[in-house]
Write a protein that binds this ligand. Sequence first.
Ligand code: NAD
Length: 512
Amino acid sequence: MAIVTPIETRPGERRRLRLASPATLEPIDEIGVANADDVRAAVEAARKAQPAWAALSVRERARYLMRAQRVLLERQDEFLETILRESGKPRSEALMMEIFASCDALGFYAKHAPRYLRPEKKKLHGILRFLKKLRISYRPLGVVGVISPWNGPFILALNPTVQALVAGNAVVVKPSEVTPRSGALVGEIFEAAGLPEGVLQVLLGDGETGAALVEAGVQKIAFTGSVATGRKVAEACARRLIPCTLELGGKDPMIVCADADLDRAAGGAVAGAFLNTGQYCCGTERVYVVDEVADAFLEKVLSRVAKLRQGAEGEFDVGPLFWDRQLATVQRQVEQAVAQGARVLAGGRRNPDLPGLYWEPTVLVDVTHDMAVMREETFGPVLPIVRVRDEEEAVRMANDSDFGLGANVWTGNVEKGCEIAARIESGSVCVNDMTMTYGVQEAPFGGLKQSGIGQTNGELGVRSFCWAQPVLVDRFGGRQTASQYPYSRKKDEGLQRFMRLLFGSPLGRWLS
Ligand code: NAD
């Protein structure tokens, strides 16, 4: 049963999609797919609204963020209901990953953006400091398109939107067709916060709508999603010569050193692999544990996995996959791995007791790097564990991947953990915790290799939605340049003498 199915429409009509619940497979909603005309109209409205929005001070814009945070706090149960209906995730996960994280992002940028976006006076180097003054202003780009996935349907639409808005841009958001109403909540909180019309619009639709948004004359695309779509978005942006940030997939490694607290490491592995049913871009998808502690670690992991409750109602720990395509990927990878010699120590099958897209939390051993489950993104509740000789081998295997999003290292020696972190080829690393950098707004977030281009969050993230415009003022009203001509040998000799003094003498070197 597909979660998103096309509804038959007459020629010329907007396409429509029917959505089903991943938990029950019952129909829950229908949406119209915004077409290229709808997208162009939205971008046009955004362009008209943007100058007045940009003319507000950052503090004034930040006030809308604070109002949106209040709306979210007050209406959180209503918002949770939408997210749970579309995703089936445990309430605690939605509360933590979607509502808490969104409140935090809104408050964080309201508080810190005024500082990030304050014009800066820069001291110039060398002789220039006597001649010029430099001021850098952070100017908005114009209209930004945000295209988001289904796994964090609210937070992943909200977070880039907030950063783009506070920087003075108008935003058009296109949430995933798998979880459209959860993405649309971003529009709802800002509408309730009184955001001026046109500054933020949400368009529902699928790939057709996303592709049209890239082509609609926006100044930047902030894309979060798969590598395959990210590549298409990057190609279209390159053709239009607009920047994009791509937050793409991962295959995060976890390294367990012999001196790690094994109880906590086992807890970290289980949370890292099964949070959000494994549909977490920085989910732990490969564990490398040093041989001498591997048996004890494995035992602790299995005992924790045995206690996980998978369900659809009431209190449970692991929900369904959010759409059928993901279930198919998980099933293919696990079955192929088993055919190639992997052993299943837990799960390894679709849950026979639940009607929805439930794959049991799965632990695999005897896995190798020629298996898809170790090379491709799984994005599901699967934890493959590999014994390694030592930490050297763990680092080498961790880096043997096309992805480089996150990683985590577990050790009793934090210094050693940081040294190992510095050798891992990934956008971020956590020491003694599952990868959770995305939730720490100060930390720039992004991926290496196929995991993406650019970084989001924090000062760097907010400024990535700006043009850093230098304004250079001549202290002498342009006298120097005005008397540049005519060139002469005498002037050249003067400059050469000056260069010898500036770059060839201790006083000059001190000055420059
Ligand atoms: P996806 O690439 O299928 O879709 C993402 C979005 O792009 C959706 O809104 C979709 O409608 C839209 N889209 C589809 N075709 C398009 C096109 N041609 N042009 C423009 N937009 C188009 O990804 P998904 O399945 O929704 O999300 C899962 C993926 O997202 C996983 O790979 C996961 O790792 C990744 N992800 C990454 C991060 C991160 O921060 N790095 C965070 C969450 C998810």
